[in-house]
Design a binder for this molecule. Structure first.
Ligand SMILES: [Fe+2]
Ligand SMILES: [Fe+2]
Length: 455
């Protein structure tokens, strides 16, 4: 008897055979000639969870397959794991659009420092992708074996949407299924999102059973995911180890696994604050931000993600770690003109007023809050300062209590439900809407906030 995943895999193969050529003509971008895909009559034999090997006769078995945004919208970063022998550590991605020629790209392999089942971590960057285009792809091991065919679709950089998830923090198949249900419900409502950002704490612990649960959403083979290191995936002695489950672009080894990517008119920056918030760390993150902006001087929007909430409403975090961030990191965020910050950690939702450094980490005065003018559509018009979003958990795990409403808070919510955020951006507008996800997959709006820039 086939499991649900086996049935889905078979259905996917049948669908893909109709949509894409089984034997795409090969145009070799990197390396040797492309081998012919072997896709005729195999039976997929899925495992209980996607974190385990998904095996198909005659196919390369891959685990933890995920995409990440590339450094710009013409690129995608792929990563996956296999139990590879030495001769099977030459990772390849073969990708083609309907009726098009296949392009092939080579990458690198290394041991995963998290030592997940002795697997090897493979990563490949694909370039030259067209906007608004459906692609099919396969993963290769350089030894003649290829994976099943998967699909992905690029977006339109001039008007695009993306999801943002807070703290899935999954630990087992139950929380993994809740997380997967959120992803499925969000994509059913917003099928054209270009990627998804995380605000950290993807897992409860950096270990196999948690990553098995995190990779339960099959959509992660199609939807690029921009990870963020939270305190729960922080592996002592290897501060960036959690990135080895993903493949972020422009990944800096110093400082602390920060990275950036560009999409349309927006520059997205992610900083790993799991190594602590102090003067030295702030200086390093500031240098990274300065460098990312210098490489993207024409980006009209600057979006920053890191795990720890700055202007959160969490009962304990807003009193403790939040103070350090307000005192040390906000002046840097002001200096570099960040439009919006996405944080997690609190497992509750809040949105700040437009903020700048007040000189007082408690924000007991009014200096930090900026006067904001709203246009006829309710959009903040050319606001000064930065809006800070603290996101609730996408799996609904660990809903912490709220502190009494802070002076810096514009809106807060603790619904003890699964939450997901969608952002729509054009050259002039930013609209961020947060939803709660019901058990039957309905999305109900919690909060909405927009910014319009006319200059
Ligand atoms: Fe968390
Ligand atoms: Fe956290």
């Amino acid at each position: 008897m086939k499991t649900a995943q086996q049935k889905i895999s078979l259905l996917l193969i049948i669908t893909l055979l109709g949509l894409f050529p089984v034997f795409p003509s090969a145009k070799v971008g990197v390396g040797d000639a492309v081998a012919e895909p072997a896709l005729q009559t195999q039976t997929a034999q899925g495992a209980d969870m996607p974190g385990d090997a998904v095996i198909a006769d005659s196919h390369l078995a891959v685990s933890y397959l995920t995409l990440a945004p590339g450094s710009n919208e013409q690129r995608l970063n792929f990563s996956w794991h296999t139990k590879a022998k030495a001769e099977e550590r030459k990772p390849l991605v073969r990708i083609w659009k309907q009726g098009g020629e296949a392009m092939e790209f080579a990458g690198e392999s290394s041991e995963n420092p998290l030592r997940i089942s002795g697997m090897y971590y493979h990563r490949v960057t694909v370039t030259g992708l067209e906007a608004d285009t459906s692609y099919a792809y396969q993963l290769g091991n350089g030894n003649g074996e290829w994976s099943l065919v998967y699909t992905t679709k690029t977006g339109n950089p001039s008007s695009f949407s993306f999801l943002v998830c807070g703290d899935p923090q999954v630990i087992d198949s139950v929380s993994g299924a809740a997380w997967a249900a959120t992803v499925t419900a969000a994509l059913a409502r917003f099928p054209d999102v270009s990627f998804m950002m995380g605000t950290g704490d993807q897992v409860e612990n950096p270990e196999k059973k948690c990553f098995d649960a995190f990779f339960m959403p099959e959509e992660l083979s199609a939807l690029p995911f921009a990870t963020c290191v939270g305190n729960h995936e922080y592996a002592p002695g290897s501060y960036h180890a959690a990135h080895y489950m993903f493949n972020p672009p422009n990944w800096q080894t110093k400082p602390a696994a920060d990275y950036w990517y560009r999409y349309g008119d927006a520059l997205f920056m992610v900083t790993n604050c799991s190594t602590g918030m102090n003067t030295r760390a702030v200086r390093a993150h500031g240098a990274f931000i300065e460098q990312a902006i210098a490489q993207n001087p024409d980006a009209k929007w600057r979006i920053l993600t890191f795990h720890y909430d700055v202007y959160g409403q969490g009962q304990s975090h807003s009193r403790r770690s939040g103070k350090d961030y307000r005192n040390l990191y906000v002046p840097i965020i002001d200096q570099y003109g960040i439009d919006a910050v996405f944080n997690g950690h609190d497992h509750s939702y809040s949105r700040s007023k437009q903020m700048m450094f007040s000189g007082n980490p408690n924000n007991s005065g009014s200096v930090g809050m900026q006067e904001t003018v709203f246009d006829a559509d309710g959009m903040a018009l050319n606001p000064t300062g930065t809006v800070y979003f603290t996101l609730n958990s996408a799996s609904g795990r660990k809903p912490y209590g709220l502190a009494p409403l802070k002076e810096y808070t514009a809106f807060m919510n603790q619904n003890r439900q699964k939450n997901i955020t969608v952002v729509h951006m054009t050259a002039d507008t930013f609209r961020c809407v947060t939803y709660e996800v019901s058990v039957d997959g309905e999305l109900t709006e919690i909060d909405s906030y927009g910014i319009r820039k006319t200059r």
